[in-house]
Write a protein that binds this ligand. Structure first.
Ligand code: PMV
Length: 324
């Protein structure tokens, strides 16, 4: 086997506003997080070996020819090979790794699939557009998550902030003034599929109650878009708090997330909310510009049980991969 000649990466993501309601047709805002990435490399294997996926993070090695149809990465690899016109799988060893915690609302599944699609298409010398990559990754998201809205594959494949409504073209989204977010991991893995199914059960039992919450979330998301585009960062704090409260009401927060929320707010965060599917995963907190307050919030989150704390600046960089 030779050394890899292709290295492709994809970022993590956070949902700033609108998770869960987005599954029911309301808008959501998501942004890429470039500090944490998934990486896929391609090396040539011995002739006749076929295509093999090495997944060292989960201790798995998958021969494409033998993988079952419901393996999300094997599925997306097959679809990608077809999309780039390779009917016979080439003799390649593709290694996929990720720095993004699994099942914590940071888009790890979509990021590894995006890195894989990018690596395969580059190795085949057949570039795909961001929207082609996004559509392929969506197919693996269905196997990971059941009924995904499509927001994760979109924000990660386009690698830019998106305003997302299910079934519509994602809108590019301007950030009027950069702002700082602290991402605190509860350390509790919470599969999106499970939480989305729980919300669906609640919605089926009492549609009016859930629809009212989803409408209220949509109002928050609209206001947040305006505040972000106009650079009114201070307005975002109360909107995050309100979004968190509504997510509590639909039953997707948990004690640990609420403890981190309280810790961030008493340490000086302008607002905070869970991000992603909830019942674990991450809390995001909006940080005022003063460095000492940011340090205080980080310390408070760690003292309240956060397994890891990352600071990221939203809107500081723009690495678009083509127009949505
Ligand atoms: O993958 P996560 O944990 O960021 O959750 C995705 C957001 C949900 O709205 C809960 C589900 C979806 O498909 O949009």
């Amino acid at each position: 086997m030779s050394a890899p000649w292709i290295i492709a990466t994809a970022p993590g993501k956070i949902i700033l506003f609108g998770e869960h309601a987005v599954v029911y047709g309301r808008p959501a805002i998501a942004v890429p997080v470039s500090q944490m990435r998934a990486t896929a490399t391609v090396a040539r294997a011995e002739p006749g070996q076929g295509l093999k996926l090495a997944l060292p993070d989960v201790g798995e090695a998958v021969e494409l020819a033998r993988a079952t149809a419901d393996h999300p990465l094997a599925h997306v690899a097959r679809l990608t090979l077809a999309a780039v016109g390779l009917e016979q799988p080439p003799d390649w060893l593709v290694t996929v790794r990720s720095q993004i915690p699994i099942a914590s609302g940071l888009g790890s599944g979509a990021a590894v699939a995006t890195a894989l699609v990018r690596a395969l298409s580059q190795a085949a010398d057949h570039p795909l557009s961001a929207s082609q990559v996004s559509a392929l990754v969506f197919e693996s998201e269905k196997l990971f998550h059941g009924t995904p809205s499509g927001i994760d594959n979109t924000v990660i494949a386009f690698e830019r902030p998106v305003w997302f409504v299910r079934g519509e073209r994602p809108l590019p989204f301007a950030i009027g003034r950069p702002f700082t977010i602290i991402i605190a991991d509860t350390g509790i893995a919470s599969p999106t599929r499970v939480t989305v199914a729980a919300v669906r059960q609640g919605w089926q039992a009492d549609p009016a109650r859930y629809e009212a919450r989803f409408d209220a979330i949509a109002t928050v998301v609209q206001a947040a878009r305006q505040a972000i585009e106009q650079g009114n960062v201070a307005d975002l704090g109360p909107l995050m708090d309100e979004n968190h409260r509504l997510l509590q009401e639909i039953g997707v927060s948990c004690r640990e997330l609420d403890r981190l929320w309280a810790a961030a707010r008493s340490a000086g965060a302008l607002g905070a909310k869970l991000s992603g599917a909830g019942r674990g995963g991450n809390l995001i907190a909006l940080v005022p510009p003063e460095v000492e307050i940011s340090g205080r919030i980080t310390a408070a989150l760690k003292a309240s049980g956060a397994a890891s704390v990352i600071t990221t600046i939203i809107g500081a960089e723009d690495t678009p991969h083509g127009p949505p």
